[in-house]
Design a protein around this ligand. Structure first.
Ligand code: IMP
Ligand code: MG
Length: 180
C-alpha cells in the first residue's frame, strides 16, 4: 500500500496539530449549544473520530451517506443513501467532511440539511481543493484544515477505488497506481 504513495502531503503529526487547533475553535463556537455533528460517510470516518474528540463540549453524533448517480459524472446529481437519525430542526448542526473538491457533495448535503431548518449550519472540512471548484458554487466552508493544490490524495479516510483509507497520513498517489 505504502509503495503506491508518491509522497506524504500531510503527516500524522501535522494532521494531529491542526485538528487540535480547530478543536479549540469549535469548542468555543459550540459551548452550551449541544450541536449535532454530522459526518458524511465514508471518507470522513477517520477525521470524524479524531475531530470530535477535540470538541470539548457535549455533542450528538450522526451520519449521512450520499452518492452520485453513476454514468452522469458531470451532472452532479446526488441521492441520500443514508439519512440522519436525529431531528435537527432548531438544532445547531456542524457538517464534517473529508474534502471539498468540485463542491457537488457538500452543496447537496448543505441544501438537504438546510431544508430541515436547523438553528445554525456550519461546515468543517479537513481538506479544501479550491482549484477544482465548479463554476457557480459559492458555498464556503467555515473551517478548513488544509488548503491543498490539485493533487489526487489518499489516506486518512480518503480512498482510490476503496483502497488506502487506512493509511495514517494524507499522501499523493503515484500515477501508476491509478492504472492498476
Ligand atoms: P466533490 O467533488 O466536492 O463533490 O467531492 C466529493 C467526494 O469526492 C469527496 O467527499 C471524496 O470522497 C471524493 N474526492 C474528491 N477529491 C478526492 C481526492 O483527492 N482523493 C480521494 N477522494 C476525493
Ligand atoms: Mg466524502
Amino acid at each position: 500500500m505504502e509503495r503506491d504513495i508518491e509522497r506524504i502531503l500531510l503527516s500524522e503529526e501535522q494532521i494531529r496539530q491542526r485538528i487540535g487547533q480547530m478543536g479549540q475553535e469549535l469548542t468555543r463556537e459550540y459551548e452550551g449549544k449541544f450541536p449535532v455533528v454530522v459526518g458524511v460517510l465514508k471518507g470522513v470516518a477517520i477525521f470524524y473520530a479524531d475531530m470530535i474528540r477535540q470538541i470539548k463540549v457535549p455533542c450528538e453524533m450522526d451520519f449521512m451517506a450520499i452518492s452520485s448517480y453513476k454514468g452522469t459524472q458531470t451532472s452532479g446529481t446526488m441521492v441520500v443513501k443514508k439519512d440522519l437519525s436525529a431531528d435537527i430542526k432548531g438544532r445547531h448542526v456542524l457538517i464534517l467532511e473529508d474534502i471539498y473538491d468540485t463542491g457537488n457533495s457538500l452543496n447537496f448535503t448543505y441544501e438537504h440539511l438546510m431544508k430541515q431548518e436547523p438553528a445554525s449550519l456550519k461546515i468543517c472540512t479537513l481538506l479544501d481543493k479550491p482549484e477544482r471548484r465548479k463554476p457557480g458554487i459559492t458555498l464556503k466552508p467555515d473551517y478548513v484544515g488544509f488548503t491543498i493544490e490539485n493533487h489526487f490524495v489518499v489516506g486518512y479516510g480518503l480512498d482510490f477505488d476503496e483502497k488506502y483509507r487506512n493509511l495514517p497520513y494524507v499522501g499523493i498517489l503515484k500515477p501508476e497506481a491509478y492504472a492498476k
